[in-house]
Write a protein that binds this ligand. Structure first.
Ligand SMILES: O=C(O)CCC(=O)C(=O)O
Ligand SMILES: [Fe+2]
Length: 548
């Protein structure tokens, strides 16, 4: 079967029940039922055509009684229950009942069927009526075929078809514009996979890996890539241009392209993960810049450009000159990884750890929309920290946490030519790892070569307050491994200074290696562009765009 994702976007908990066809007319019997909490996703394995019903978890168990006519629902939906109650309330009691409940927000429901197609089914609340929104490759293909058929059957004013006589050829050509971006995506994924293969540690097999190192069948994957990259002439496959045939072929082609891209991505990820594990085991500083480029950063908080016109109101101690080392900075790809010694002072670490310790909680992340999911990708304890008295004191530089935050924003402007503001940035995040705990490969914002979206993250300052045995920070795709030292910071940026620019692709993907012994403490300042006092970070996703 193929997985079908069902997303609950109706704003309340629901039950998803499998329907079994019953005796006519239109009788469906709910079989198995599973709860699906608000804003979460479930995956259904679909083998054949299944029907589902989604209903409010707070409502009574949904029971559909047979109605006396197959058009009952339609009639009810157009107001017949009120207009013609004599007939309707007898013959279509069920449909009228549901229609009434739909209107007064009582029992809400949505019905949908899935077939053997990979897709996402979102249940949304449209003004008190639940609707089913479908997305996914098969669905996209069907839409594309429909619009290609439309385009090709359009005629000029004089009645001549706009695509000439060869309508099948026309549909086939039209569909290539739908396939082209998918084939581009495939070639990008192939490029990334080739890079991952090159850096994967073939000579040092991972001792922790069980069984075969990689699960995919490489020769088959290469054959699939080759096949999927080629243009297919649908007019050959469907010479008589039958709608059904075109739809099936286009759907098949799309699903094949999508699943090949998916397999490639997985294969790439497995290699990156292996490189990460290898550098975690070695646990030695590594950088492709040799000798490492070194510079001095002179920082004066009072003349900094981060204050948006309102200068700091209380002074802090003088800022020392700091040594910065470029571990990775190929200016062509807009990614930087830079180490700064003595970035965070003992006093500042103490302030962070003192404030965070009583509030440390297991890390959570957004898992399939469930925001309180305890993370497997991120196994650590964390807490945000703010200046004494809260965010309103971010301009008080006598406060160690305010100082750290201002310094982080100012350094990003200096190192990457950004014009970031202090106001509206995220709080500093303290993270503590015990033995065995780690943070799997991830990007802090997006690092996949897509356009930057305002409000998103574009750089990170990662500061170390306690270095354990193990627990390095690995950037496998950039060939960088950082062994933490107390007081040190790693700065990495993943967009150029151009706010309309693209995110870099994958060099800043990173991971906190497993701690072997002791306790590791880091403080992170994730940096955003496009935030301000009026539009703080909480309005945007880490990858930009409004929070829904
Ligand atoms: O602990 C580390 O070395 C990495 C932490 C990290 O990636 C983060 O906080 O975003
Ligand atoms: Fe990170």
């Amino acid at each position: 079967g193929v997985p079908v994702a069902v997303r609950n976007l109706v704003g309340r908990d629901v039950i998803v029940a499998w329907l079994q066809p019953g005796p006519e007319p239109r009788k469906r019997i709910p079989q198995q039922a599973k709860p699906l909490t608000n804003s979460s996703v479930m995956s259904i394995d679909s083998f054949a055509t299944h029907e589902f019903i989604v209903y409010d978890a707070a409502a009574e168990k949904y029971v559909e009684k047979p109605d006396g006519h197959e058009s009952c629902e339609f009639w009810a939906s157009v107001g017949e229950c009120a207009a013609n109650p004599g007939y309707m309330l007898v013959t279509c009691a069920n449909a009228c009942n549901n229609e009434g409940k739909k209107k007064n927000n009582g029992e809400l429901k949505a019905i949908f069927a899935v077939a053997d197609n990979r897709e996402t089914v979102s249940i949304v609340d449209n003004d008190g009526v639940w609707e089913v929104v479908r997305t996914g490759p098969a669905h996209d293909a069907q839409k594309a075929v429909a619009s290609a058929l439309d385009a090709c059957s359009a005629t000029h004013e004089d009645g001549a078809p706009t695509c000439g006589e060869a309508t099948v050829q026309c549909v086939s050509d039209e569909l290539q514009t739908f396939f082209a971006p998918k084939r581009d995506e495939l070639s990008i994924e192939k490029f990334l996979f080739d890079h991952a293969l090159k850096i994967a540690p073939k000579a040092t097999p991972d001792p922790d890996a069980k069984g075969a190192a990689y699960s995919e069948d490489l020769p088959k994957l290469y054959r699939d890539i080759e096949r999927a990259s080629k243009e297919t002439d649908l007019s050959e496959a469907c010479p008589d241009g039958a709608r059904e045939c075109l739809r099936d072929k286009a759907t098949h082609e799309t699903v094949f392209l999508t699943s090949t891209i998916g397999t490639l991505r997985k294969a790439t990820r497995a290699r990156r993960h292996d490189v990460r594990n290898a550098t975690c085991r070695n646990h030695e500083d590594v950088s492709p810049h040799s000798p490492v480029v070194e510079k001095i950063w002179k920082y004066d908080p009072y003349t900094s450009d981060i204050w948006a016109g309102t200068a700091p109101d209380k002074k802090g101690p003088a800022e020392p000159d700091r040594a910065i080392r470029y571990l990775f900075d190929p200016s062509s790809i807009d990614a930087q990884i830079i180490v700064i010694d003595d970035f965070i002072s003992d006093e500042e670490c103490d302030a962070v750890q003192t404030q965070a310790t009583p509030r440390l909680a297991r890390a959570t992340h957004a898992h399939e929309g469930d925001l309180s999911h305890v993370s497997k990708a991120r196994d650590s304890q964390q807490a945000t920290v703010r200046p004494e008295g809260g965010r309103k004191n971010e301009r008080d530089l006598s406060d160690p946490i305010a100082r750290l935050k201002a310094r982080s924003v100012a350094m990003a402007n200096h190192l990457s030519n950004y014009t970031l503001q202090l106001d509206g940035q995220e709080d500093l995040m303290a993270v503590q790892y015990n033995p065995g705990q780690q943070y799997m490969l991830h990007c802090d914002g997006s690092c996949d070569g897509t356009p930057f979206v305002s409000g998103g993250r574009l750089a990170t300052v990662l500061m170390y307050c306690a270095a354990a045995d193990g627990g390095g920070t690995a950037f496998p795709n950039a060939g960088v491994h950082v062994v933490p030292k107390r007081g040190q910071a790693v700065y990495f940026s993943f967009r150029s200074s151009d706010s309309e620019g693209l995110m870099e692709d994958w060099h800043t993907e990173h991971s906190g290696c497993p701690v072997r012994e002791g306790s590791k403490w880091v403080v992170t300042q994730w940096l955003r562009d496009g935030v301000s006092k009026e539009n703080p970070h909480s309005r945007f996703d880490p990858s930009g765009g409004p929070v829904r």
